[in-house]
Every structure is written in C-alpha cells, then in structure tokens.
Ligand binder design. Sequence first.
Ligand SMILES: [Zn+2]
Length: 308
Amino acid sequence: MSIMYIPHHKGGVKTIRISHYRTILLTAFAFMLVALLALTGYTLSVVRQNNDMIVKHAEEINDIMSEKEQLQALIAKQAKELADNAEIITTMQSIKTISEEAIDDYKEQYENMIVAYIDKDVKNIGTISRGDKKPSSFKEDVAELRALISLVESAKLSEDDVTSKIAQKEARLNNYLDALPTYWPVNSRTIFSGFGMRFHPIYKRYRMHDGLDMAGSTGDPVYASGEGKVIFAGWNGGFGNVIIIDHGNGFKTYYAHLSKILVKEGQWVSKAQKIGHVGSTGLSTSSHLHFEVRLNEKPTDPLYYIEP
Ligand SMILES: [Zn+2]
C-alpha cells in the first residue's frame, strides 16, 4: 500500500510506502485493541453486575432463611402449644369426668344409705334386739365415701374453674363425713350394755335400751361423735345431765348421765371435740356414758356408725 502526499506549494510529490504486511498487522492490532477494550469493559460490567446480583441473592437468601427459621420456630411453638393444650384439655376432661362420677357415686350411695337405714334397718333395729346382724355396712359405706374423697383429692389441678369446683365438692364431701356420728365418744372401748331389749337394772324388767352404755370413770372426757349443733345441754329426768347434738341429715346423738357439761345450746361442735365429763347423774347405778344415735328421731344401734 502507498500513501501519496501532494503539497499545494512547490515541491515534489512524496510517497510513503507501507508494506502490505504492516498494513494487515496494524489493522489487526487496532481491531484487537478495540476488541480488548470492549471486552474488558464488558467483562468489568458483567463482573460488577454479577457481584451486585450475588450480594442481592445472598441478601434474599438470608431473608428467606431467617423467614424460614422464624416460620419453623412459630410452627414448633404452635405445635407445642397445641400439644400442651391437648394434654391440659385431656387432663381436665378426665378430672372433670372423675370428679363428676365421684360426686354422682357419692350422691347415689349417700341417698341409698339413708333410704336403706330409714326404710328397713331402722324398723328392724327398733323391734329386734341386737343379735347376729353385723353392724358393718354403714362403716363400709363410710370407708367408700373416704375412698371417693381421696379420689377427688387426687384429681386436683393447681388453678382453674374445674379445680375450684372440685375443691368445693371435696369440701362438701368432707363436711358430710364430718357430720356423720362416727367418732367413739369416750376413751374406753368397753360396753356395759348394748342396744336392744335388756333386763333393766333399776326397773327390774325387760325394756328397750335405746343406746350403748360405755365404760368410764367420773370426770373422763366425752367427745362429740360428729360435727353438729348442740340443741340441748342440761338436765332431763332419767338422762341426768345430757347433751343432744344435731348432725343434720336426720342424725342426732345423745350423751347422758354426765357429771359436767362443757357446751351450750346453739353451739357448733366439731367431730371429736370434748363436750363434757362422764358421770352418773339421772337414772344411773354407776359412772358410765349412755350414748344414743337417733335417725329421724328413732333410736338406732350406735355400733352401726361409730368406729372403734
Ligand atoms: Zn344406757
């Protein structure tokens, strides 16, 4: 290739000769330079974009991961709450069922017991002297009631409506039991004279004995057989000094021939509370406690109820 230079002023034409080889080389170099620059720029921009994208993606992934973790934590928490709630609900339901059944059982037993003693046993007791009939069924009933109470006690929860209801029922069951005349009213377990027909030591003829004559020396303590209200405390003919306690549910107890009375009419006494002293007042030949249990005003054998 030749480049011809022709000046306007004087002078000859100058020719610069460039060899064909060089021309190709220069052209190629120029192209390569441009290409290299373009490529570098492109590469740089791609790298930059990539870096931006990588950072962005990393941020997104981080966000997603933390969201995922939060979600997992939430799900775990909810699952645990569900499990806990399910457990509590199951426990509460079973407790409710247990206590309701216990109360129903108790109610039924109690009603049956009262009906049985009023309808059947009392009539028999009133006419037949104490004999082969074992005074155990009432005590067995009481034992069952105690078992029911311990069942209700075992079904306690720390706090909620069910608990307070159970506590109320338990208190009621305990109150019923406390009121029943089951406590032996003197320290001695010796009985001089049982319930039923007997030859009376003073009247000298066969007579119904409405209670038990329990051994004791003058001044020995006499205890309330059950919780209740003192409805009489004073002198009453043949009984001498006598205390009568009303236990509710038709039950009354009598403590006769006392040397001393420690309670007043209208006073509430608890089971096993000391209420007086053994004596020999009224129609009595020696110091002892005459103890009666009356159910709906009818004398019944105290051995049905009191526990030695
Ligand atoms: Zn007596």
